[in-house]
Structure formats: structure tokens, C-alpha cells
Ligand binder design. Structure first.
Ligand SMILES: Nc1ncnc2c1ncn2[C@@H]1O[C@H](COP(=O)(O)OP(=O)(O)OP(=O)(O)O)[C@@H](O)[C@H]1O
Length: 598
């Protein structure tokens, strides 16, 4: 986490400390609601901004927290903190049960399911005697700790403020952590992040469960402040309010949850004050319409929320300074030894892919051994990329087997391929657009580091690992001659350098097997020679490399073996000299071109 975060937290702490002293009690009361909703919105901002998932029913988790707290405290006399742990735990459990089946699917299934959950819960609490039906549960006491009763808006504000600040701090920690980096990469290119070992489903599920935990805790504080929990806590309008807070604040940052909460609550209050002045005799509904119009205007004019507006005001241009030296003496985490040279790393058996009537890849079998470069060549549309996609888990084969390092990976997701010790680059570049060159390569260290959600949130235990990740990423950038560009935004690099950055990103994984899809495309002559030299060095180190390449001359001079695909079929597989004289290959692909035969 950045130093500026700690400065911001300290400044906020000071503001929160004096806020109840300098504003009237009625406004402090609004501030209390803002803090309760901010807590909920922090989780929602993480879910929507970081994990790229939408929840339309977050009030359900809020209500689960509020009702559980109310029932445990009023009916069973459970001490407040223990009840709060159970309440938050139950909200998280509900999210786990919903997320497990749904987050495997792409698209807006989670949004729909949470909408459904919200409706089911709102109707259920309204009907069930256990939850007090329409009247809800009364008599929830104000909290009392160490003989101090938190019953006034001022006291309650001071009780909640540190909790919200800690919640923000933890969320910031996650955004800046290994997990945050991986999720941001998923938002930019899911397939590339997966190919570097990021288990998208698992991370999204974790963030969803965490976001429900934040909502559950918001519900706990809501219950104690109101003293009553009624079905309105689970109402759809609550979910909308949480969404508005997150979107208005700005999904790009967890700070947005706090700004959004205060903006929405005070705006709400201002509307109640001013609309009757502007529209005499206006009742509550009209006030809400005005409130809605203002919000729509803000969202339309400021799609990035208040966060974006403040950034436009204060920020000049990124990027922040990034260390470009790898010489900080941090030891590398030990990696299992590379497989012995010549041992089989990739075994492909009978690989076939049909797209409707088209057989793009037809019964291809080949093997690749540690310490060799295999080139996959063939005319346009021969099936090379489809083959790569099946081998790397991006496409499910119609039939056939893929084994990497002894692990069956066919039909599994790309992160399984990565875990088996292999990764790939892409013909159409898959740059993590919202990140720097160094940030891109750091994602490549995902599997070579460990910090999970909790360690990321707590920041400090992950610091040493973060330094190692940076050092290793800089070394990989060095290897492809990009160290001086480390701090630049990846999208600002010219195409050729982006290609090299993708290779550095793949190298950061320290794979045993590296698949490169047209790595020479778009590179200058000098860059091609440098890349060839790098690939030879990697081969010397015992890495196995498979490349699809149209520069046949380069391929024949570089590869140990060449596989030739034509119309989905493997028509030749052997040393370059053999392949270039193969009549079938000459007829299908090489032709009589003197350059190639040279
Ligand atoms: N998603 C798809 N749906 C339908 N057909 C596809 C799909 N992907 C590839 N194909 C077809 O499969 C065949 C092989 O395509 P593929 O992209 O694998 O070839 P390639 O050898 O990589 O070609 P290039 O050198 O042009 O990249 C082509 O006929 C292509 O039209």
C-alpha cells in the first residue's frame, strides 16, 4: 500500500475525530448513516470495481447481518461482538453458496442471482414469524463497551469511524496486493491473466464473499443504531442505494465508497430540505424524484464518479515512480528444479477440434521435450492457433489429450496449464491496459508468490514478497531489454515493445514450457535477432519452447524440430533439414522459394 494511503487515512481520522464536535447533531446523525452505508459500499466497490462483478441485491447480505445480529442479541442474549461475528459469517456463507455455482459462469449471472436473492429475502422476512414479519425485531440495545454507552449520534459516529477506516485500509491493501493486481489483470484480459496462473473463479468468489462480509457488518451497525430491524432493511431500494453510493463515489477506488456514502446521504437530506421550497407542497415521493434526477445527471456527466472528478482537478498525469533496479539483494523464492533436458514436457495425443462442420485441427499428436525449440508452421487457416488454444486450455478440444509435465490439462482452464509449469503469449496481444509495463510483468509472478486476500489486506506481511515480485519482474524486463520502460503505461508502448513485454510477462512465471504465438510479428530485423538469441538462451537453460511463426527462414534456423500443419492435419514433424525437403511440405506450404530452402 502506498504512503499516500496512510496519509489519507490519518487525515480522515482527524476529520472524523472533529466532525461530531463541529456540526449539529442532526448532521452527525446523517454522518452515522453515511458510515453504515459506506461500510457496505466498500465491499460492493471491491466487487464491482476490482472483480468486475455486479450485485443487484446487496441489501440481502446487509439484512442477513442486521437480522442475525438482532435475533442473537435480543432473543438469545448473545454478547454483541460474538453475535457480530456470527452475523458477518452468515452473510459470507450465503454469498459462498450463491457464488459457488454462479461465478464459474461468464456474464451477468451473479447480478441476476443476487437480484433474485434480494427479492426472496425481502419477501421471506416480511412473511416469517421468526423474523418478526412486517413489524420486524425491536429492542436492539445500543452498544456498550467498557462502561461507555454509544447512544448519541456523536458517540456512535466515533465508534464506527475507526471501523470504517480499518475497512478502507484493508480494502486498499487488497487492491494493491497480489490478488488485486491479478483481478485488475482479469478485467483487462481474462485469458492472459488465466494463462499466467490466475484462477479467476476462485478470486472472484473470494471477493464476492468478502463483499458480503462488509455488507453484513454494515447490517450489524444498522441494527444497533436503529434499535429495530424491519423488512425495509432487505428492500430492493436499499440495494439500489448501495449501488448508487458505489457508482457515484467511483468504482475505480475504494475511497469512492466513503465519498459516495456521504454525498448520497447529504444530498438526500438537501433534497428533502430544498425541494419543498422549489416545488411548494411537494411530498416525499417528489423529493425522491428530484434526488433521482440529480443522481442520473451526476452519473451521466461523471461516469467515473466523484473520484474521477477529484482526480481531474488535482492530478496531472500518471505514472508514479517505479523502481527499475533489480539489485536490492532480495533472494528469489526457490523454484522446483527444471525437468531434465530431453524429458517429455508436452504430450499431445489425437487432438481434434471441430467448429460445426469445419475440422480446424484433425487428430494431431506430437511431443515436446525439455531443452528444445519446436516450431509449428503451416499456411493461413491451417489450425495453428486453434492447436495452441487447445493445448493452453483456452479452447476445449473436441477430442484428444494434452499432458504437461505429467499432468492432464485438456479441457481444463488456462490457469491449470500454468500451474503445470507452462504459459503462452498471444497472436493478438493481450496487454493489461490499466497497468504499467512493470505491473504487467508482475502478474506473471502470480504463481511464484503466495499472499492471499488476508495477507494482502494486512499489507505488512506481504511487503517482503512484493519486493521480491518487483525484483524478479524487473529482471525479466531486463532480459528482453525493457527495463527502462518499466514505469510506462503498457498501452503507451509501441507494438514491438508490447510483444516483448508479453514475453517478459510469460518468463516471469519461470515456465518449463513456453508457447509463443507469432512472437516475431511486428518486430524489426534487429529485434528479431535479439529475440532469437533470447530464445536460444532459454533453450540452453532447459526450457521447452513451442512457437507458431510465419517467418519460415527464422524458424528453420532456430527450431530443433518443426511440425507442419496443413488443413488441420500434421503432415510432417521432424528436424528442419528433413522437413524442408519433405515433398508434402513443399507442396502445401514452402513451395520452391529459394530464400526458404537456403
Ligand atoms: N471460433 C471459431 N469458429 C469457427 N471456425 C474457426 C474458429 N476458430 C478458427 N476457426 C477455423 O479453423 C481453421 C483454423 O484456424 P486457425 O486460426 O487455428 O488457423 P491458423 O493456422 O492459426 O491461421 P493463421 O496463420 O491465419 O493465424 C480456420 O479455417 C478457421 O476459420
Amino acid at each position: 500500500m502506498k504512503r499516500s494511503d496512510f496519509v489519507a487515512i490519518a487525515a480522515l481520522a482527524a476529520v472524523f475525530a472533529v466532525f461530531p464536535l463541529v456540526v449539529p447533531t442532526a448532521l452527525v446523525n446523517i454522518g452515522v448513516y453515511a458510515l453504515i452505508y459506506a461500510l457496505t459500499a466498500i465491499g460492493l466497490t471491491l466487487l464491482m470495481g476490482l472483480a468486475g462483478q455486479v450485485s443487484l441485491g446487496h441489501a440481502a447480505f446487509f439484512a442477513i447481518g442486521a437480522y442475525t445480529q438482532a435475533i442473537l442479541v435480543t432473543r438469545y442474549g448473545v454478547p454483541l461482538p460474538a453475535a457480530a461475528i456470527a452475523a458477518v459469517g452468515l452473510a459470507m456463507l450465503a454469498a459462498l453458496l450463491i457464488g459457488l455455482p454462479l461465478l464459474r459462469l461468464r456474464g451477468h449471472f451473479l447480478a441476476l442471482a443476487t437480484l433474485g436473492l434480494g427479492i426472496v429475502l425481502a419477501v421471506s422476512v416480511n412473511e416469517m414469524e421468526f423474523t418478526g414479519a412486517t413489524t420486524g425485531i425491536f429492542g436492539i440495545p445500543k452498544p456498550e463497551f467498557g462502561g461507555r454507552l454509544y447512544d448519541s449520534p456523536e458517540e456512535y459516529f466515533w465508534l464506527m469511524a475507526p471501523i470504517v477506516l480499518v475497512g478502507l485500509l484493508l480494502a486498499r491493501g487488497i487492491v494493491e496486493s497480489r490478488i488485486g493486481r491479478a483481478l485488475s489483470a482479469v478485467n483487462d484480459s481474462e485469458v492472459a491473466a488465466e494463462s499466467l496462473g490466475v484462477d479467476t473463479f476462485r478470486l472472484r468468489l473470494q471477493v464476492f464473499v468478502l463483499s458480503a462480509g462488509y455488507a453484513g457488518l454494515g447490517g450489524v451497525f444498522y441494527a444497533h443504531w436503529l434499535g429495530v430491524v424491519s423488512p425495509s432493511a432487505a428492500h430492493f431500494s436499499m440495494s439500489v442505494e448501495f449501488l448508487l453510493i458505489s457508482v457515484l463515489g467511483g468504482l475505480g477506488t475504494v475511497w469512492g465508497a466513503l465519498t459516495g456514502a456521504f454525498a448520497v446521504e447529504f444530498l438526500d437530506e438537501a433534497m428533502r430540505e430544498f425541494i419543498p421550497v422549489l416545488v411548494p407542497g411537494a411530498a416525499g415521493e417528489v423529493q425522491l424524484v428530484g434526488f433521482g434526477i440529480v443522481l442520473v445527471l451526476i452519473v451521466v456527466l461523471l461516469p467515473g464518479g466523484l473520484h474521477q472528478a477529484t482526480r481531474r482537478l488535482f492530478a496531472r498525469r500518471r505514472p508514479a515512480a517505479v523502481p527499475v533496479s533489480s539489485g536490492d539483494g532480495e533472494p528469489e523464492p526457490r523454484r522446483a528444479a527444471r525437468p531434465e533436458r530431453g524429458s517429455p514436457l508436452l504430450e499431445v495425443r489425437g487432438l481434434t477440434k471441430r467448429f460445426g462442420g469445419v475440422v480446424a485441427v484433425d487428430d494431431v499428436s506430437l511431443d515436446v521435450r525439455a531443452g528444445e525449440i519446436v516450431a509449428l508452421i503451416g499456411p493461413n487457416g491451417a489450425g495453428k492457433t486453434t492447436c495452441f488454444n487447445m493445448i493452453s486450455g483456452v479452447l476445449e478440444p473436441t477430442s484428444g489429450e494434452v499432458t504437461v509435465n505429467g499432468v492432464r490439462t485438456d479441457g481444463r482452464k488456462p490457469h491449470v496449464f500454468a500451474r503445470a509449469g507452462a504459459t503462452r503469449t498471444f497472436q493478438n496481444l493481450q496487454v493489461f491496459r490499466s497497468s504499467t509495463v512493470l505491473g504487467n510483468v508482475k502478474v506473471g509472478r502470480h504463481l511464484r508468490s503466495r499472499a492471499g486476500l488476508l495477507r494482502g489486506a494486512l499489507t505488512l506481511p506481504a511487503r517482503a514478497e512484493e519486493r521480491m515480485i518487483t525484483a524478479a519482474a524487473v529482471r525479466c524486463l531486463d532480459a528482453v531489454g525493457l527495463a527502462e520502460h518499466a514505469g510506462q503505461m503498457a498501452v503507451d508502448l509501441p507494438f514491438g515493445l508490447q510483444r516483448r513485454m508479453e514475453i517478459a510477462r510469460a518468463l516471469a512465471l519461470e515456465p518449463d514450457l513456453l508457447l509463443l504465438d507469432e512472437p516475431m510479428a511486428g518486430l524489426s530485423g534487429a529485434e528479431r535477432r535479439e529475440l532469437a538469441a533470447l530464445l536460444r538462451r532459454l533453450r540452453e537453460d532447459g526450457m521447452a519452447i513451442v512457437l507458431v511463426e510465419h517467418d519460415v527462414a527464422a524458424v528453420l534456423s532456430l527450431a530443433d524440430r518443426v511440425a507442419v500443419l496443413d488443413d488441420g492435419k500434421l503432415i510432417a514433424f521432424g528436424p528442419p533439414d528433413e522437413v524442408r525437403q519433405d515433398p508434402a511440405v513443399i507442396a502445401a506450404y514452402l513451395g520452391e522459394d529459394a530464400d526458404v530452402r537456403d
